[in-house]
Design a protein around this ligand. Structure first.
Ligand SMILES: [Zn+2]
Length: 85
């Protein structure tokens, strides 16, 4: 879920326009992806940093898995917006 920048209502991520006010929400979706990407990157970076600081290879492996997982989700989200197959 995200917020429509035009009417402020909670709207689903999928679709092209806000179901409440009908405004084009492509820019909101891009912003949402950038915010999510930044949040996930920070999360993964922190994970990797903790793994490095504690000399714990398990955390480093988990960080790599998390990066692949969130990267796939972001790619799928971008494909959904761009209407790629
Ligand atoms: Zn709206």
């Amino acid at each position: 879920m995200m917020k429509c920048s035009h009417c402020g209502m909670e709207i689903p991520f999928a679709g092209k326009v806000c179901p409440f006010c009908g405004v084009d929400k492509t820019n909101d979706q891009k912003l949402h992806l950038v915010v999510m990407g930044t949040a996930f990157s920070t999360f993964i970076f922190t994970f990797a940093l903790v793994g490095f600081l504690t000399q714990n290879p398990c955390l480093a492996v988990l960080a790599a898995l998390a990066a692949v997982f969130f990267g796939t989700i972001l790619a799928l989200a971008v494909c959904t917006i761009a209407k790629w197959p």
